[in-house]
Design a protein around this ligand. Structure first.
Ligand code: 6GU
Length: 274
């Protein structure tokens, strides 16, 4: 998968090279290029923002700079930019016909966006190419996205109901959520399959050795060797935790998501969806 990020704070994205993501980049599973928006400015101050039409606080990022940046990034062959850090340095210049076939998905982090969920992460993981446009200030002139949507799918997405100063941290969160779903990125593919949200429920608690720590014991059932009992216990923990912490998820479960045996616990907790 190819990922491009356009930002006025390229340094923020250095964290992408760490840990799991860093290994995925080194292994050639993902290529990441971070572009400094100010490279597309022409004035001596490298100004990227201006006052909002209609008045109000804050500044809005100017359309011409973003338009030129996105045009260029979306036309760059993978591996060609000066600041690109592709896994392999031998990505050759491809001819125009080949490179015009793939159109990126443009992702714009904004608190005014649709929620970024595990389902959206799965959708993005199926894309060959994502371009992230990080806004700061009060946002980016809306015409940038109106124009881009004539050529590509544009998603304005939010990572939660709180306000960040800019999109960079949201991009780190989204890229991590997407990358771990790509084949080969996680050591054990079952990890992604068993995640919180993969079945619409939160994951229950986990334990490792020692059996007793500060007078606290590991639940007996997990040491029983009874695999059916362990599976039932884990499922009940998962259901109980979801009822307590995220009742909205229980209410949103599709009817076929509940297994035989789930209803008993939910009724005991008084949290049946309907
Ligand atoms: Cl995606 N961006 C910004 N700037 N703030 C946010 C957000 C995104 N999601 C929640 N708050």
């Amino acid at each position: 998968m190819r990922i491009d990020v356009v930002t006025i704070f390229p340094g923020y994205l250095a964290a992408l090279r760490e840990a799991l993501l860093g290994r995925a980049i080194a292994a050639g599973l993902i290529s990441v290029a971070v572009h400094d928006l100010r490279d597309w400015t022409h004035d001596v101050h490298k100004a990227v923002d201006d006052a909002p039409y209609g008045g109000g606080p804050g500044m809005v990022m100017r359309p011409a700079i973003w338009g030129a940046a996105l045009d260029d990034v979306c036309a760059l062959p993978e591996g060609s930019s000066a600041d690109r850090d592709a896994a392999d340095g031998d990505v050759a210049e491809r001819d125009a016909t080949e490179r015009d076939v793939v159109v990126p998905r443009l992702v714009v982090p904004t608190p005014a966006g649709r929620p970024f969920t595990q389902a959206v992460a799965r959708e993005y993981a199926a894309q060959p190419w994502l371009v992230f446009a990080c806004g700061r200030y009060e946002g980016i002139d809306q015409r940038v996205f109106e124009d881009a949507s004539r050529r590509m799918v544009v998603d304005e997405v939010s990572i939660g109901d709180y306000v960040l100063v800019g999109g960079e941290v949201a991009v780190l969160a989204m890229v991590e959520a997407v990358a771990r779903l790509l084949p080969g990125v996680l050591g054990n593919p079952d990890s992604a399959a068993q995640d919180s949200f993969s079945d619409g429920l939160l994951e229950g608690p986990a334990y490792t050795r020692p059996e007793r720590w500060r007078d606290l014991a590991v639940p007996e059932v997990l040491r029983s060797g009874d695999h059916a009992a362990i599976a039932r216990w884990r499922r009940d923990q998962s259901l109980a935790r979801t009822v307590a912490r995220r009742p909205d998820l229980i209410a949103a479960l599709p009817p076929d998501a509940l297994q035989p045996g789930d209803r008993e616990l939910l009724e005991r907790l008084g949290a049946e969806g309907e």
